[in-house]
Design a protein around this ligand. Sequence first.
Ligand code: CTP
Length: 414
Amino acid sequence: MTQRVLLIVSGGIAAYKSLELVRLLRKRGIAVRAVLTQSAAQFVTPLSLGVLTEDQVYEDLFDLKAEREIGHIQLSRQADLVVVAPATANILARMANGIADDLATTLLLATDKPVLAVPAMNVRMWHHKATQRNLHQLRADGVHVMEPDDGAMACGEFGKGRLPEPEAIATEIARLLALPLPVDMLSDQPDFAGDARPLAGRHILITAGPTQEPIDPVRYIANRSSGKQGFAIAAAAARAGARVTLVAGPVHLLTPAGVDRVDVETARQMLAAVESALPADAAIMVAAVADWRTADAADQKLKKDGSGQPAPLTLVENPDILATLGHHPQRPALLIGFAAETQQIADHARAKLARKGADWIVANDVSGDVMGGDANSVQIVTTAGIETWPTLPKGEVADKLIEKVANALSSRPD
Ligand code: CTP
């Protein structure tokens, strides 16, 4: 079935790139219906968007003809995914606050479909506290937000805020729609040796996201993991034909197509879900499990007692899920851990490999903005040596890793 994107183009100098984005999406067989904000129409014409989408371009909430024929509620729900690209600081602010004062923002408020925002703006506007606050709110509301690129800006300044390349946006859209990459993009992608479903018949177990360890009924210990990398790996494994169990901590992400998802909160729940999903051919432990939990989570909300002294928190170590699997009677044939490191990456990863009884450690350089970002720089550390991969979008890291898993499993007996 054709997948459909509702593309909202807001007004910025990068708006012209929406034309190339539409072309790339159409090339992948995705239908696009475009909505232009009033200011976007200063940068791209409805005519050029209409030609490329081969559809009517919508601009005005009070276009009664369209309202009679289709209605804004219907328009907002006929798509599988709503994409705002470029998303200006202004439209992000309106989205974050639920303001519906034109057709674009009315559709965004009315939709029940996942939304991807692709911000583009001046570097200072990007870093402004108000914009960052709005982005934080949007992410908390479940909106997917792509990180802008770094570089020279149309206004002469330099920094973060450039619209990502249309190819990268198209790839992210395809990933959210859980579409396989088109054949012409697979050239430097995993070579499945002619087998499009190299993991058919295999069970792959994946953990992703953070864990939340309760302090009392309203507070918890957690970390900044977004779950994006683990979810991308689950999607890639499902595309490769595997039965996939994804044990996920609390994240704002859609379940990829064909994936069995088990939602958990704490490390102990995650361990229990992982053990009950065994046996598996391979386990990929991507979750950022909290190392500690409170010794006793309080049943009632902790109150200040007036003494000025904080409530004492006693922490105890959580079970190590990866290490438990590494020494488990039902240990998967291939066991892969992730290691978030900021320094001496390979050395720490090698030590972790031995300590946790894993076959590979995917060492993640988290000195940049990997947590929550869309790209990842990894090294694959095995007893045989170290492979260094270039910085890649998380979706491509996932595809490459799944290719490597498929190759490793195919050289092992069932
Ligand atoms: N992991 C796990 N259970 C835990 C902690 C970590 O399964 N309680 C897994 C993670 O999913 C990841 C790997 O172990 O695959 C590495 O996690 P990391 O937190 O980097 O390892 P630690 O042993 O906590 O080492 P560090 O001292 O670097 O924190």
